[in-house]
Design a protein around this ligand. Structure first.
Ligand code: AHR
Length: 505
């Protein structure tokens, strides 16, 4: 008899983690490298629209169904003068951009970006500068974007051709303020105070907004999670979300350990939830702080190349990671981790969206193309709308350098009540063995298989290029339903999307 690897999953439509906020499929565009200039915006490109935005890129972003985009940074926002990016484009100043040591031309600013966001059907998560600036610049910006008319800043916006306010709902109070690399870096007490006071002023201008306070830049920061605790202690009344940022890499070329890093992400989320709830208890508050995982991805391929870029150039290629197949597997697992915390993670941004550590790449004057990580991101964004379900899963496990008891099968389940659809996302982290995942779906009577999409490749390091798509999904996955049991064949090292729908015939 063939020794077959097996995992088991028990599902029930009543075991709900929570309603998925679609904003967990957000992304991020920073004025960094070729994200804006040469990425979303290239006025002399053959595909440019009347505003200079590349239509081929717009179409790829639309394919991902990105619901919200964080803007304009990132580290860049900590030195940004938003007033440089409004009004007549030819009058806008060129500035030294200190975070990435480039020249910012300011051709694209707040209004242009709001226009672009409408073209891709996304909302904007706007960040204010709490590095070199503070309350005044932030309250002026929100008056400019959100106030209707009859004041200096709102009428200035109208004079710039934007009669109606942009009504931006979600705002980040600075970026990674705990990081010594940040221009205007702040201790937790310094930041907590300015976040509270800036948030207060912004909510006085527009009480309908939601605010995200900075948490730690990553879990290795020496002040994590004390930074979160202090900031929330000082700014609890004004903020609604705390931010999490985390990037992973496989520098030591240890794939089993690399693929286990989603467990670190899970632990990070649990720690931040505990910290939020500790402050809630301390304050005897009824308010629950939610999580905004507003920077996450794989980032390490480009690190050495970036060091060779000359400073003070316009839109140089920076952070242009070329992603391989195993990166797509980890990205899939990171998305699964977000879904497992759908009750508390209400926003998340894959960082970033175009050219800079991104699922979408472009050539200047040339084509645009999909990286390997584009696919799991697209699948979860498109099919992962609804309710995240608890699933009891029994999978064979392994130990790696930094992790123990890593389940080979990592999975999340989404139930869309309205469409009567059930979607299972699963990564098989075993590099040699196929694993059959048996799912008890008796609570989904009458559901039939629509398709089983698979991303797999014999070469873990396979990449896509502008000329060749080596890492692309197919929908020939082997799944069958028999006697209330769904049997999913998860081939070794694979990303799987199994879609079911109720049949009323
Ligand atoms: O996304 C790239 C950079 O990573 C961002 O500017 C910063 O916030 C983070 O350190």
């Amino acid at each position: 008899m063939v020794n077959q690897w097996k995992a088991k999953m028990l599902l029930d439509k009543n075991y709900k983690i929570g309603v998925i906020d679609k904003r967990i499929y957000g992304s991020f565009i920073e004025h960094l490298g070729r994200a804006v200039y040469g990425g979303i915006y290239e006025p002399n490109h053959p595909e440019a629209d009347e505003q200079g935005f590349r239509k081929d890129v717009i179409n790829l972003v639309k394919e991902l169904q990105v619901p919200i985009v964080r803007y304009p940074g990132g580290n860049m926002v900590s030195g940004y003068h938003w007033e440089d990016g409004i009004g007549n484009a030819s009058d806008r100043p060129r500035r030294l951009e200190l975070a990435w040591r480039t020249i910012e031309t300011n051709e694209v600013g707040t209004n242009e970006f709001m226009d672009w966001s409408k073209k891709v059907h996304a909302d904007v998560m706007m960040a204010v500068n709490l590095g070199t600036r503070g309350i005044d610049a932030a309250r002026n910006l929100i008056e400019y974007t959100n106030h209707s008319h009859g004041t200096y800043w709102s009428d200035l916006r109208r004079s710039h051709g934007y009669e109606n306010p942009h009504n931006i709902k979600t705002w980040c109070l600075g970026n990674e303020m705990d990081g010594p690399w940040q221009v205007g870096h702040k201790t937790a007490v310094e930041y907590g105070r300015i976040a509270q006071e800036t948030g207060k002023a912004m909510k006085l201008v527009d009480s309908s907004i939601e605010l995200v306070a900075c948490g730690s830049s990553n879990t290795d920061m020496p002040t994590f999670p004390e930074y979160e605790a202090t900031v929330l202690d000082l700014a609890y009344d004004e903020v609604d979300y705390i931010s999490l940022h985390q990037y992973y890499g496989n520098k030591s070329d240890d794939t089993p350990n690399y693929l286990a890093k989603s467990m670190d992400m899970d632990h990070f989320i649990q720690t931040v939830i505990s910290t939020c709830d500790y402050i809630k208890a301390k304050k005897r508050s009824k308010k629950k702080i939610m999580l905004s995982f507003d920077e996450w991805n794989v980032w390490y391929h480009s690190n050495e190349a970036d060091q060779k870029v000359e400073p003070w150039s316009v839109a140089p290629p920076l952070l242009e990671d070329i992603y391989n197949f195993e990166d797509a597997l980890l990205v899939g697992s990171m998305l699964i981790t977000l879904l497992k915390h759908a009750d508390r993670v209400k926003m998340a941004c894959m960082a970033q969206l175009v050219n800079v550590i991104a699922p979408i790449m472009t050539d200047n004057q040339g084509s645009s193309w999909r990286q390997s990580i584009f696919y799991p991101y697209k699948h979860v964004s498109v099919f992962g709308r609804g309710i995240s379900l608890h699933s009891i899963i029994d999978s064979p496990k392994y130990d790696s350098k930094d992790f123990t008891d890593v389940p080979y099968i990592d999975s999340a389940v989404v139930y869309n009540e309205e469409k009567e659809e059930l979607t299972i996302f699963a990564v098989n982290k075993h590099l040699e063995e196929n694993i059959v995942l048996d799912v008890d779906i008796r609570s989904f009577q009458g559901y039939e298989l629509i398709e089983h999409i698979v991303l797999e490749n014999n070469d873990l390091k396979a990449t896509n290029t502008v000329h060749r798509s080596n890492v692309v999904p197919h929908n020939q996955g082997e799944s069958v339903i028999e006697d209330g049991e769904l049997q999913i064949q998860c081939t070794s090292a694979s990303w799987n999307v199994i879609r079911l729908r109720k049949n009323h015939e």
